[in-house]
Design a protein around this ligand. Structure first.
Ligand SMILES: O=P(O)(O)OC[C@H]1O[C@H](O)[C@H](O)[C@@H](O)[C@@H]1O
Length: 537
């Protein structure tokens, strides 16, 4: 494998100051460096990856045994080796019925039964046959969850706004009481359904918020609030202890990772908002991407190609971050969702075998929708001292025909940004602009320097027909598999998250100190801050 890495480094070095735009002398470049799957196009041609580099990146994936590892994931092998678990979120959206064995047991019947119960429940809530304690139809839903039990459903529910015909869905995640306070004051408890979503049912934020919201319900609805409650968890003993009717508990197995869980019961708010049929289309989109990932040759394979750009930019070019820029306001929460998916999966420095990695792994992922970001941080993208590879997402069509002129502007802006990042503006061109603005001599040069853009900044663009439930499923599955491919090439386990544990443990020791207990044993900074933060009221 190290020979391939070395060859990639040599390729990069040999390219020297080569401009991305010069690669387009090859008239087939767009066709060769883009790929399509079920109407979705990924254009990776505006990167400095040439034919040899693409071959080497493909070789890297082959050398890492990508195909076998991918097949092992889909087959239910315990590829999450630090937790001894299979990784089967793909099974939640699989459109097939052939038995899928985990520990010798076919897991499909139970998944299908849970999905059928979710559908019945969603239909009942949406039609009003499952009603509030006073018999009224539920108007609002609060999903209480955090991390994987929040980001996915919150992002997807927002993305599918044009399909909403169910109750309004709200998401309560932060342990900060402000989150609960600001939400609850907007809602009527008498017509609000509460879903407590937690894979483990131990997460302190979710348990604390649940207790607060239950008190709020009791104050308005009366002691018996069971009609207003549902839960989503792998820990059904704990949901029962919280007083939630087992009929309204939707379980899933531990082989669904939290950040990969929106395809099953964690997706219940999505189903409540858009209805079971649109939820099915969402699953079908993801399943289509799964089929493509499993069958398309690597250089035509969207997840692999997206991963290759990631590896190239992170390891070969040394870029520390990547920006996700959806030109799709309804994907406003996609960057936050991808931060968990990508950074919790691949922010690791230990390889599967316990040895330390010798190359960089997951980059910092960040972003905001366009065009808003253009008026905020794009200055740095165009002229800053760091290169940030960017990932644009754009639909051919919006949802409102009468607002098509908005969508034309959106598309023009998206294409303009990737073009500007690539082309830049030469000093000579900037000199002409400065001259036209009336500058001369040294001042013209000074002004021109500020108007010069280095260009040669890479981007990829994901283009799709329209943000439908099917397309949203494709997009999320694409990113899931991209993270998988990168993790395989880096030799890390993308499915555990030990890095979140230490802070949790220390917060347990700090809580009594925050509440006035002795802070002996803590460092001077922490003790000083504890004094400063002591409540005065
Ligand atoms: O769904 P829960 O068990 O409540 O977990 C919620 C979140 O908690 C943890 O901090 C994990 O790092 C996340 O991966 C998880 O999604």
């Amino acid at each position: 494998m190290s020979e391939i890495w070395d060859a990639l480094a040599r390729n990069h070095k040999a390219a020297g100051t080569r401009k991305i735009v010069d690669l387009f002398e090859d008239e087939d470049r767009f066709a060769r460096f883009s790929a399509e799957a079920d109407g979705m196009l990924l254009d990776a041609s505006k990167t400095n990856i040439d034919a040899e580099a693409l071959d080497l990146l493909t070789a890297l994936a082959e050398d890492a045994d990508l195909a076998a590892k991918r097949d092992a994931m889909f087959a239910g092998d315990k590829i999450n080796t630090t937790e001894g678990r299979a990784v089967l979120h793909t099974a939640l959206r699989a459109q097939e019925e052939t038995p899928l064995l985990v520990d010798g047991q076919d897991v499909r019947p139970e998944m299908a039964a849970t999905l059928a119960r979710m559908r019945n429940f969603a239909d009942g809530i949406r039609s009003g046959t499952i009603a509030a304690a006073n018999g009224a139809r539920f108007t609002d839903v609060i999903n209480i969850g955090i991390g994987g039990s929040d980001l996915g459903p919150a992002m997807a529910t927002r993305a599918l706004a044009p399909y909403h015909d169910g109750p309004r869905c709200h998401f309560l995640s932060n342990v900060d009481g402000a989150d609960a306070q600001d939400l609850l004051k907007k809602l009527d408890a008498k017509t609000t359904l509460v879903i407590v979503a937690s894979k483990t049912f131990t997460t302190i934020e979710t348990m604390t918020n649940a207790a607060t919201v239950f008190d709020w319900l009791r104050a308005e609805v009366g002691e018996d609030i069971t009609a207003h409650l549902a839960a989503v968890s792998t820990a059904q003993d704990k949901t029962a202890a919280m007083g939630i009717d087992p009929e309204r508990v939707f379980g899933f197995a531990d082989w669904v990772g939290g950040r990969y869980s929106l395809w099953g019961p964690v997706g219940l708010p999505i189903m409540l908002a858009v209805g079971p049929e649109d939820f099915d289309a969402f699953l079908a989109g993801a399943a289509a991407m799964d089929g493509h990932f499993q069958s398309a040759p690597l250089e035509q394979n969207l997840p692999a190609l997206l991963a290759f750009t990631g590896i190239w930019h992170r390891n070969i070019c040394g870029y520390a971050t990547r920006a996700v820029l959806p030109y799709d306001q309804r994907l406003a929460r996609l960057p936050a969702y991808l931060q968990q998916l990508d950074m919790e999966s691949n922010g690791k420095a230990t390889r599967q075998d316990g040895s330390a990695v010798t190359r960089e792994t997951g980059p910092v992922v960040w972003g905001e929708p366009g065009t808003n970001g253009q008026h905020a941080f794009y200055q740095l993208l165009h002229q800053g001292t760091d290169v940030v590879p960017t990932e644009f997402l754009i639909a051919a069509e919006g949802h409102a025909a009468e607002l098509a002129h908005h969508h034309d502007l959106l598309k023009a802006n998206c294409l303009a940004q990737s073009e500007a990042l690539m082309l830049g503006r030469s000093f000579e061109a900037a000199m002409q602009i400065a001259a036209a603005q009336g500058y001369e001599g040294d001042e013209q040069k000074r002004q021109a320097a500020h108007r010069t853009f280095p260009g040669n900044r890479p981007s990829v663009t994901l283009a799709y027909p329209k943000l439908t439930p099917f397309v949203l499923g494709q997009i999320i599955a694409l990113y899931e598999h991209r993270v998988f491919v990168e993790g395989v090439i880096w030799g890390i386990n993308s499915f555990d998250q030990w890095g979140v544990e230490l802070g949790k443990e220390l917060s347990n020791t700090l809580l009594p100190m925050v509440q006035g207990g002795e802070s002996d044993g803590k460092d001077a900074s922490t003790r000083g801050l504890l004094r400063k933060l002591a409540a005065t009221g």
